[in-house]
Design a protein around this ligand. Sequence first.
Ligand code: NAP
Length: 326
Amino acid sequence: MPTKEKIKTFPELEAIIVSKSSQIDLLVVGGGPAGLTAGIYGARAGLKVLIVEKALLGGQVSSTFMIENYPGFPNGIAGQELTQQMEAQARRLGVETSWGNVSQIKPGKNSFTTYVDDKQIKSKAVIIASGADSKKLGVAGEDHFRGRGVSYCAVCDGPFYKDKNIMVVGGGNAAIEEALYLTRFAAKVQVLHRRNKLRADKMLELRARANSKIFFVWNAIIKEITGEEKVTEVLVEDTQTKKNRKVKCDGIFVYIGSSPNTEFIKDTIKLNKAGYIKTDAKLQTSVPGIFAAGDVLDKRLRQIVTAAADGALAAQSAKDFIEGSV
Ligand code: NAP
């Protein structure tokens, strides 16, 4: 009697797709949504992919409480859960990961050498998906009180501010989303913005305005952060009258945007004035074989969904480059 052919399950099929080569085809710098998606698409295209990450896989999204605008999750999804799922998907497809700081990428004749701490890793193509880090205010007391009243992560530190009086600096989506999140803990959340109009989406603004714990301080910037053991007060300047006043507060959450992690590549590829990477429509940088994806790109909309789309396109372009079809 002929034996029934066993139906292959999803992981078994993928194991066939993933390259068994010991040489890295595609090295991805950064394991946020852009890097993980590049890994998923690269592996499915049969490439041996290594993602090098300096901190946590998932990037900034991992510390975002709730994502409400990534398609497929009508009730939203926790940032950490979303990135854990992306990581699991990449690993299932055979994507490898390594931890370390990338200091340089050197283009060679037929390969690239990436310097990761004291290791050198060769690959046929590279995708830079190194993202962006939180911008600092650059005022006196900010570094001194970091972790003692100054924070850049509401999800990490919000629970320490139960019934406290806190300040969120910034007027973008991140500031307003995190201010809303912080109302779970704090008694009062003052949103301090340098203009009198928010940059954040209207929907978020309406939600914040309707929240009885949130107060807006318009046309204001922080000049100094003071305290003893912990933050107790900030010096606030009115940007119109230039008058300063002291405001009592227990904590300051800074959400004034981010700056790209491109220091390690700034002498190798073209960047714009602000340090973001310039690419062509296929996401290839000024050096053939080096591609870029996600928040590190010179682009208008920095979202998880656009980072994922960039990762897919960059991986496809890297595959074409490796196969000599670009
Ligand atoms: P952002 O949109 O660039 O907003 C930064 C805010 O900080 C702006 O209001 C800006 O003021 C203010 N600011 C900048 N430098 C400052 C300084 N030195 N002192 C005081 N205020 C300063 O940054 P983001 O909110 O981090 O968002 C980054 C990207 O991620 C955006 O594309 C955003 O849409 C996206 N994002 C999306 C979501 C979401 O859709 N769920 C959530 C978070 C982030 P001005 O307005 O005067 O320039």
